[in-house]
Design a protein around this ligand. Structure first.
Ligand SMILES: [Zn+2]
Length: 405
């Protein structure tokens, strides 16, 4: 018998004979198995912009109830990167302090923390332009010297560099997903370096000794590690950003990455870690809760994950109740960005976060975009009480950063 696909075979067989030969054929051609059997709409998925016909209460929240520390923003990036690895101290700055302050004042945003502050001269330049020009309004984190991580003597050099960065004014260390997904034995080639590679132990230890909290991004959404096919709930996003897929090739699984990160948390109990993007596992709050229970030095931040939290509002609300002292406000905001609507710094972005945290509004957009950019769904507000709001907006971050609000 020639090798037909099921659909070709069905097309050559009359309906009656299918019915008599294969009584189970109806079940076998349900939409989940045979998309082609459904009527074609002629509408491209990318053009579909359904408008909700729900008539429910809607509250605009223009200013946060309490002054906000946004622990997760990006005001500068490395000016020279190769395959996801920063190669030089030179920085590219995305916005001037003055234009940011206009939005900040309107939104009751007291402090922006620029996580990607870089190293050396680039770091110093950013601290001067933001932190020192407007004290209390901007704080800057430093980053590891990835481009020297393959050199002899790196572990000690890295620890010393952190002490220098602190003296310069850095308030913490940011670790991008470079670690685990980009950095390789010879920087951009060879096998991937593991998140818990011992060469970084002096770096984690130094952060503990210097009171520099570590904002760490390890792994990515679960769907980014699966095939980009019609079952992938982030299909459109991965089609728009194919390099965000970590499916196949030599990439570790999401779980392996998070387990390696957990070993780092366990090995350095005196170092405070802020696991960004809800511990990079916002789809699985049970698992994040388990980690928070195990590691007293772990905290989480909510940047670019209200799309996840807001589609499971009852589970998320309990999570906020239980870990109200360990959750930090963050947005992952990028000024003047265009690529990722859920991260574009501006009034609209903050209004959505505030609405999510403060109201019980139902079924609204998690990003200022015509199509939800991180999956086609809407979110529900948590309606947090004032005590929790205050901790999430500023109290928890102020404690970790050692600042007064
Ligand atoms: Zn970020």
């Amino acid at each position: 018998m020639p090798r037909y696909t099921r659909r070709q075979w069905l097309a050559t067989t009359s309906a009656t004979s299918i019915g008599s030969l294969l009584p189970s054929v109806t079940a076998a051609t349900t939409p989940s198995q045979e998309p082609g059997s459904r009527k074609k709409t002629g509408l491209d998925l990318g053009d579909f912009e359904p408008r909700s016909m729900l008539h429910v209460a809607s509250h605009a929240v223009e200013r946060a109830r309490f002054p906000v520390i946004d622990i997760h923003t990006h005001l500068s990036f490395s000016a020279k990167s190769d395959k996801g690895v920063a190669m030089a101290e030179e920085r590219r700055f995305l916005a001037g302090a003055e234009e940011l302050l206009e939005v900040m004042d309107r939104k009751n945003l007291r402090t922006m923390v620029n996580l990607t502050g870089g190293t050396g001269a680039g770091l110093a330049k950013g601290i001067k332009a933001y932190d020192q020009a407007y004290p209390g309004r901007f704080l800057t984190f430093t980053e590891p010297l990835w481009h020297r991580s393959n050199q002899a003597g790196y572990p000690r050099l890295q620890a010393e560099e952190l002490a220098k960065a602190k003296e310069e004014g850095a308030r913490g260390l940011k670790v991008l997903k470079t670690l685990g997904l980009y950095l390789r034995k010879d920087l951009t080639s060879g096998p991937l370096i593991k998140v818990d590679d011992p060469r970084f132990d002096p770096m984690w230890e130094a952060c503990g000794q210097l009171n520099l909290p570590v904002a760490i991004h390890v792994a990515d959404p679960e769907a980014f590690f699966l095939e980009t096919d019609r079952f992938n709930e982030r299909f459109e996003e991965l089609v728009n950003h194919p390099t965000w897929s970590f499916h196949g090739r030599d990439f570790p699984s999401n779980r392996e990455l998070l387990e390696a990160r957990n070993r780092v948390f366990a090995r350095h109990p005196k170092t405070q870690f802020i696991a960004l993007h809800v511990g990079n596992n916002a789809e699985n709050l049970a698992s994040v809760s388990e980690c928070l229970k195990r590691f007293a030095n772990m905290h989480v931040e909510i940047g670019a994950r209200i799309g996840e939290l807001g589609r499971q509002p009852r589970t998320a609300r309990k999570f906020f109740d239980r870990f109200q002292d360990r959750i930090l406000f963050g947005t992952d905001a990028v000024p003047n960005g265009v690529d990722t609507p859920q991260q574009i710094f501006g009034d609209k972005l903050y209004e959505i976060y505030y609405r999510f945290l403060e109201t019980e509004d139902e079924y609204f957009d998690y990003a200022p975009a015509p199509v939800p950019p991180q999956g086609r769904w809407q979110i529900y507000g948590l309606g947090l009480p004032e005590t929790i709001l205050q901790k999430v907006y500023n109290g928890n971050a102020a404690r970790l950063l050692g600042i007064q609000i």
